[in-house]
Design a binder for this molecule. Structure first.
Ligand SMILES: [Zn+2]
Ligand SMILES: [Zn+2]
Ligand SMILES: [Zn+2]
Length: 140
């Protein structure tokens, strides 16, 4: 079903489902962690997909334009990460201080706090950021 939606999006903007786009989407679909372009590149190379880094950047940008992929700039890493938009609402992330692994926390616990802030400040809150760091099971 995801693939049908993607094909439709591509067709509507005059683009085709190339092997590269398919490979990047499939990788993001089975990865539950936001990946950087160089990680996507490394993993596709490992999977014997013929691709270069420039093509990875171009591909994630096309997928982002189509609204299929989210670009995340997290933890002041100085590099963007990408994750599939499908099935993900607003959520937060945790990063391992040792290995740099980032895991999705598919939740947001800030509803009450947001309401409190609005009451106290008379602001209308439209967004927030919240990042966790720690030590993953492998690095503890
Ligand atoms: Zn770790
Ligand atoms: Zn995420
Ligand atoms: Zn949140």
């Amino acid at each position: 079903m995801l693939e049908t939606a993607i094909r439709k999006g591509l067709r509507e903007t005059g683009r085709r489902m190339t092997r590269t786009r398919k490979a990047v989407l499939a990788l993001l679909e089975r990865t539950h962690e936001p990946l950087s372009a160089s990680e996507i590149f490394a993993q596709l190379q490992q999977a014997q997909v013929a691709i270069d880094l420039v093509t990875v950047y171009r591909t994630v940008n096309v997928l982002k334009e189509l609204g299929l992929v989210l670009q995340l700039d997290l933890f002041q890493e100085g590099q963007s990460r990408y994750e599939l938009k499908e099935g993900r609402k607003h959520h937060h992330h945790i990063r391992c201080q040792i290995c740099g692994r980032i895991v999705d926390l598919l939740l947001c616990p800030l509803k009450k706090l947001t309401k409190l802030i609005e009451e106290r400040t008379q602001f209308v809150v439209d967004d927030h950021t919240l990042e966790f760091t720690g030590f993953c099971p492998k690095c503890q």
